[in-house]
Design a protein around this ligand. Structure first.
Ligand SMILES: [Zn+2]
Length: 555
């Protein structure tokens, strides 16, 4: 069986070539793409069996679904999201929510920068003091930006010691993800699940005996969280319009020993309530908002162009159906709407400072979260996880705009290092690390599913592509890549890996780290006639990813 990325490789190499295979990608795009050829092997491009798969999508992907049902493929998808409350000043209500939950011990997870921003943090504290004065409050402000295994375990230890019955997370994605993990492992500890488990993969440097049980494979074991474990209610209060973590069941961190990003994905991690207050965004520096906004954009583009859910193998039971299921008719609605919202309120630095557009961006981030939280993301996120490490290894001097120090906060821009022994590491904000590889990815993945990429381009730009060329992967991929680059230029963000100080010397190590990201790589778009993905990294897959990274070195 071939993996999804490998299928894309074969099409990309057929269609466009790469530095390893003769004619350059860009030259062949010019030679072939703009003339409207559908391209060799671009199975979803035109009048192929792909059309019946995608043509049926607004009716529920029915034809494709029936075919897969007969062949043991996935036939269902599931939609889950947090309760979302949105409005200016809504942070003031959190005390009432905690009161309703009957909480006696409240853990507020944040970072030092947010804790120092009175306009953002004080309304939450005031609301808690007013509505639940009898509750014991503990403020944990030690969250590290781009969390590591060590930093999340520090938060876990605090949660285990404090024994909260409600957790509030106020901050950027790093804060929300850390709070999810602290909630999971403290709940496992309280339920006795940690002691009773048997695990053959010891946690490297971990203080928890079975930390990797629930971490995504292949770094962890990827086990489902036991149903009898009841997590504490988690209230997520994002302070950036970016990760959408307030609506998803995913938490990302860096594995210390491998210096590779991994995470935990489970619907049970999803916050009970997301409180999104656009007033919290008004203190965000423009550079931070721009980076976070690119994350929103990539969530929408990737979830819409991900391989569809019915191309996975059917799960053995509903509770092992992954949170990242692949594109589906419901996630499509949220992704496309996100792109339309971004068209209006994103793409210029002036808009990032305008409260009206900030509010729209905050909503777009949550919309994208609902979409990709149920569909997943693919190759841009898979590659992005190695960007920061590569920049550090390459002695980059890149300094992220709006971020103050090497341990800068993703919340509102100031440093918040927590003594994790990694000071001096170059911070490439998550949104930037995804965006600098995304154009090169879409130039390739568009060959596997041109119509889908064309629809995403049109939603983002409002421009209709010529009907004769909507099925041309080379043409569509180039147009979508350029649309993303246009936004990055307008926001004065880095455009390429080279712009954050990465050279070709770093690519082999980046590939090693990326090939561990099976959960997202397997969502790369592929032919509807292809077999389901297996989990064996192949030389061919490495070739394609290498091609993409070389292409991403320059804009
Ligand atoms: Zn992201």
């Amino acid at each position: 069986m071939r993996c999804a990325v490998r299928l894309v490789i074969e099409r990309a190499l057929d269609c466009c070539g790469c530095p390893c295979h003769g004619t350059t990608h860009k030259a062949r795009l010019l030679a072939r793409g703009v003339r409207g050829s559908a391209g060799v092997g671009c199975a979803r491009g035109g009048e192929s069996d792909a059309d019946d798969a995608r043509g049926a999508e607004m009716a529920g992907y029915d034809d494709a679904k029936r075919r897969r049902e007969r062949s043991g493929r996935e036939y269902a998808f599931e939609v889950a999201t947090s309760v979302l409350r949105f409005g200016r000043g809504v942070s003031r209500e959190v005390g009432l929510d905690v009161q309703e939950l009957g909480a006696k011990r409240v853990l507020l997870v944040t970072d030092r920068n947010i804790a120092s921003l009175s306009k953002v943090h004080q309304p939450v504290l005031a609301s808690l003091r007013k509505h639940v004065p009898q509750a014991t409050l503990s403020v944990y402000d030690g969250v590290r930006v781009e969390p590591t295994e060590s930093s999340v375990l520090h938060a876990v230890a605090h949660a285990i010691e404090f024994k909260p019955d409600v957790i509030i997370a106020q901050g950027g994605g790093s804060v929300l993800d850390t709070a999810k993990i602290a909630n999971l492992y403290s709940s496992l500890e309280f339920s006795g699940a940690l002691e009773s488990r048997h695990c053959s993969v010891p946690a490297e440097g971990s203080t928890l005996p079975h930390f990797l049980d629930y971490v995504n494979a292949p770094i962890g074991r990827g086990l489902p969280i036991p149903r009898h474990v009841h997590l504490a209610p988690l209230i997520a209060m994002p302070t950036t319009a970016g990760t959408g973590s307030e609506t998803t069941g995913t938490a990302i961190f860096e594995h210390d020993a491998l210096s590779a990003k991994t995470g935990i994905s489970s619907r049970l991690l999803r916050p009970t309530l997301a409180i999104v207050d656009p007033l919290s965004l008004e203190t965000v520096p423009i550079g931070v908002g721009a980076a976070a906004g690119m994350d929103v954009l990539c969530h929408a583009l990737e979830s819409y162009t991900a391989r569809p859910y019915y191309e996975r193998a059917a799960p053995s039971a509903p509770n092992v159906r992954p949170a990242y299921q692949g594109a589906n008719p419901v996630s499509d609605v949220w992704a496309l709407q996100t792109l339309k919202m971004l068209r209006e309120s994103f793409g210029s630095r002036e808009k990032l400072g305008d409260p009206r557009h900030q509010e729209q961006l905050a909503l777009a981030a949550s919309y994208a979260g609902v979409g990709f939280g149920n569909a997943g993301v693919h190759v841009p996120h898979g590659l992005s996880y190695s960007v920061g490490t590569a920049a550090s290894r390459g002695l980059s001097v890149y300094q992220a705009d709006g971020y103050v120090s090497t341990c800068a906060s993703d919340g509102n821009g100031n440093g918040n290092g927590n003594g994790d022994g990694k000071s001096g590491k170059v911070l490439v904000p998550h949104g930037v690390s995804v965006a600098v590889v995304a154009p090169a990815v879409f130039r390739v993945t568009a060959h596997a599913d041109p119509l889908r990429h064309a629809e995403a381009f049109e939603a983002l730009t409002g421009e209709s592509l010529p009907s004769a060329q909507r099925a041309d992967g080379a043409y569509v991929g180039a147009r979508l890549a350029e649309a993303v680059l246009d936004i990055m230029r307008a926001l004065q963000l880095p455009l390429s890996l080279g712009d954050v100080g990465i050279t070709s010397r770093e690519i082999p190590a980046m590939l090693d780290a990326t090939l561990l990201q099976r959960r997202v790589l397997d969502l790369a778009p592929s032919s509807p006639s292809a077999p389901p993905a297996d989990h064996s990294p192949s030389a061919t897959e490495r070739d394609l990813l290498s091609h993409i990274l070389h292409d991403a070195l320059t804009a």
